[in-house]
Write a protein of this length. Structure first.
Length: 117
């Protein structure tokens, strides 16, 4: 597969509402965690998280739909806490969010400001 992880991530993010319909109808949710080397890492939540049918839901619903919409070789892994389904630490997890800069003041400075000194 000749796509960048970022491109796959963005495509999955775009189609997530459509792919989530079945999962949502069963009281569950679907969270996109990341992408690494063409493998999409998701987390099934709600009633679907920990369900005995979660592997079937991942492969026969989520993976099947994403293959139809994005690429026929796409792989999907449900990160469920088992060692074989861990997401690599260097997976692409979306655009980096800028940390808001917060001006820090000492307690004494804050008190002075509150009383108008």
């Amino acid at each position: 597969m000749q796509f960048l992880d970022e491109d796959i991530y963005n495509a999955v993010q775009n189609y997530l509402p459509k792919v989530s319909e079945y999962v949502n109808s069963h009281g569950g949710g679907l969270e996109l965690l990341g992408v690494k080397d063409g493998v999409v890492y998701i987390k099934l939540t709600g009633a679907c998280g920990g369900c005995s049918m979660s592997l079937m839901t991942t492969k026969m619903v989520v993976q099947k739909k994403l293959r139809e919409l994005i690429h026929p070789e796409l792989q999907v892994v449900n990160v469920d806490g088992t060692p074989e389904n861990e997401m690599p630490e260097d997976a692409y997890t979306g655009p980096k969010k800028e940390e808001p800069t917060v001006e820090k003041h000492s307690f004494l400075e804050n008190v002075k400001h509150m009383v108008g000194l």
